[in-house]
Design a protein around this ligand. Structure first.
Ligand code: NCD
Length: 315
């Protein structure tokens, strides 16, 4: 059973195919609106979420399917002590595909090992978040027209920010990219992520100073300091406002910089930047829905749940 736990579970060819499907859905939504009729997606969210859960659900509805939803750990049998494995086996009896978010790293993997249907990791603790990366990739594709030769700045909480880990893994597979990792000392990327760059000799630099590098960047991926993953509140309070992007700072950036953020935003990007044409974070939200539609179709087709897919029109 094919599941997606890590963005690296998808080859670069498969990512290109998903982007083509998403582009076709954007151009011809009516062609897709009955494809998942009578099929069910279960969204199991044991951690807070607005975008990811609702975009999975909107994606399934726009494909004509139905949704079963657990929107908090407290409202499910997890609160009674049920294991992730048992929850996955149980939900497989009701749903054709599962999207799961969980505070523990590796939970989606355990679910996938036990489920009888495809599982999509919608965020596992401070680890990975592959479908946010799908949203990010479609945004980069639409903004830049390429995945190669880009200088990509990632700024903020690079330690606990799971979207950062998945995006670095994804973009490190394309030629000629350079990474600029901007964070306070305590919030640097974990070594398993840095090793992806080191092992492949991908150029990267680490700095605490956003302004010394902002002018070099093609993409600036801002992130929130992940309060819920800190051991003590004092450290969070000290670090939370390490970076605040303002219009004055944007004056130093390239005219075609793409400012991205997985959202939710706390303080990292001044709302005054929302009007700047370089702000792409609300485009990411919409792109995420289309890429999740494309992924649901792919996994249901590979599982044999869908017998056929609409033919993509080639523009
Ligand atoms: C992110 C997440 O949950 O990791 N949000 C999202 O899914 N778009 C980022 C975050 O919570 O900071």
């Amino acid at each position: 059973m094919r599941s997606v736990i890590d963005i690296l579970d998808l080859s670069t060819e498969e990512l290109s195919e998903l982007i083509k499907t998403a582009e076709d859905i954007i151009a011809n939504p009516e062609k897709y609106q009955e494809v998942c009729r009578h099929k069910k997606l279960a969204t199991l969210f044991f951690e807070p979420s607005t975008r990811t859960r609702l975009s999975f659900e909107a994606a399934m509805y726009e494909l004509g399917g139905n949704v079963l939803s657990v929107s908090s750990a407290g409202s499910s049998s997890a609160a009674k002590g049920e294991s992730v494995a048992d929850t996955a086996k149980t939900v497989s009896c009701y749903a054709d595909i599962i999207a799961m978010r969980h505070p523990k790293e590796g939970a989606a993997y355990v679910a996938a090992q036990n489920a009888g249907v495809p599982v999509i990791n919608a965020g596992d603790g401070g680890h990975l978040h592959p479908t946010q990366t799908l949203a990010d990739l479609l945004t980069i594709w639409r903004e830049k027209g390429r995945f190669t030769g880009l200088t990509i700045g990632l700024c903020g909480d690079l330690k606990f920010g799971r979207t950062v880990h998945s995006l670095i893994a994804a973009m490190s597979r394309y030629e000629g990219n350079r990474f600029v990792l901007i964070s306070p000392e305590e919030l640097k990327v974990p070594s398993y992520v840095k090793n992806i760059l080191k092992e492949q000799n991908i150029p990267y630099e680490q700095t605490e100073d956003l302004m010394s590098v902002i002018g070099d960047l093609d993409i600036l991926y801002m992130t929130r300091v992940q309060r819920e993953r800190f051991f003590n509140e004092e450290d969070y309070l000290r670090l939370k406002d390490s970076y605040i992007l303002t219009p004055e700072k944007m004056n130093e950036a390239k005219a075609d910089l793409a400012v991205m953020h997985p959202l939710p935003r706390v303080n990292e990007i001044s709302v005054a930047i929302d009007k700047d044409p370089r702000a792409c974070y609300f485009k990411q939200v919409l792109n995420g829905k289309y890429m999740r539609m494309a992924l649901i179709l792919k996994l249901l087709y590979e599982a044999g749940t869908l017998k056929e897919l609409p033919e993509r029109s080639r523009a």
